[in-house]
Design a protein around this ligand. Structure first.
Ligand code: FE
Length: 341
């Protein structure tokens, strides 16, 4: 926290002084490729970027406590559930940009329906299924629905239901199949658990490799990270695991985003919009996606990530991430009712 405070103090000092154009970015991302991402914007526009990097929760707390005096111009966060929560907390403002409206697919724009969007997905991540090749037939676990089927009793491992990744998946299933079906799914998941929910996505993958779990859900990049690893234990784990794209005969894989927004009280609003437009540019799209093995959000930009391409092509859902966000309140109620902790 001390480090954060010092950074902000320095940031504020800069804001008060120079007239040179600048932009204050609060980011919950921190990847090596981000350096190139930020440098590209400064090279192109002459606008200097000041960065504060922290976890999503810490950023939100900071923005709330700073209130109208916040120096934040742009906010970068991961997951539709978190972005929507920040929108609902009034931390963003609507953005009217022809470039963003045209470049970012409509279903990857968040905000109130019928109004200017308040947040944009700049990369997409897939929630995929991994299974133990020795213990599970992939045909028995190739949809989200099948994970909740009684035939998979005692086989399913999962992280906490109230983690944003699960809240967003449930929000998507509510949108896709209705609230009653989503609740039945959550019930089935609870009934099928091999152990109480614990750990993150990587822990689920390891549980599948060890055989403690037959099947689990993970964001694609955790799997890719392990598949690219040189560590002998990761190589041994990956050898035991099958990877599949869920719901290929149905509505497709649940897709989430890493995204950005203009802060409610942005002192440099124009530069903030310019930065979001830059993130949607051909050049920035692959930098943004590559840092975490995700896909570019802009359809005309091809992923240049060989490890991702090696997973093959797949059918992605087209559900609106704004709707997924709004469904969170219902999703949380379902989790509470079904005991999916
Ligand atoms: Fe993650």
């Amino acid at each position: 926290m001390l480090k954060l405070s010092l950074l902000t103090a320095a940031l504020l000092a800069v804001s008060a002084g120079a007239h040179a154009q600048e932009l204050n970015v609060y980011s919950a991302r921190h990847y090596q490729t981000d350096e190139l991402l930020y440098k590209g914007f400064t090279d192109q526009t002459g606008i200097k970027i000041n960065r504060i990097e922290a976890g999503d929760a810490a950023l939100v707390e900071r923005l709330k406590s700073e209130g109208a005096k916040s120096p934040a111009d742009v906010i970068l966060m991961v997951d539709a559930a978190r972005l929507w929560r920040a929108e609902a907390d009034g931390l963003f403002q609507p953005v009217s940009s022809k470039v963003l409206a045209e470049r970012i697919p409509a279903n990857l724009q968040g905000g109130e329906p019928g109004k200017d969007p308040q947040w944009f997905g700049f990369s997409t991540r897939a929630r995929v299924i991994v299974y133990n090749k020795a213990a599970v037939n992939p045909a028995d676990v190739d949809t989200y629905e099948k994970l909740a089927d009684p035939k998979n009793k005692g086989k399913v491992c999962t992280r906490s239901g109230s983690h944003p990744y699960m809240l967003s998946l449930l929000g998507s299933l509510i949108e896709r199949n209705g609230e009653a079906a989503a609740e039945k799914w959550a019930q089935g998941m609870v009934a099928n658990m091999a152990r109480n929910p614990q750990g993150g996505d990587t822990d689920q993958i390891k549980g599948v490799a060890s055989g403690e779990c037959g099947v689990a859900l993970t964001n694609n990049y955790y799997y890719v990270r392990m598949a690219r690893s040189d560590k002998p234990e990761d190589k041994a784990a990956i050898a035991k695991i099958g990877f599949l794209w869920p719901d290929q005969a149905g509505q497709g894989v649940h897709m989430n985003v890493a995204g950005g927004a203009v802060a409610r009280h942005a002192p440099h609003k124009e530069a903030a919009v310019k930065f979001l437009e830059y993130l949607a540019s051909d050049k920035a799209q692959n930098y943004f996606a590559a840092g975490n093995n995700e896909w570019p959000a802009v359809r005309s930009v091809k992923s240049d990530n060989a490890a991702l391409e090696a997973l093959g092509s797949f059918k992605a859902e087209t559900v609106s991430i704004g709707a997924i966000g709004r469904n969170q309140v219902t999703a949380q109620k379902i989790l509470d009712r079904t005991g999916y902790r």
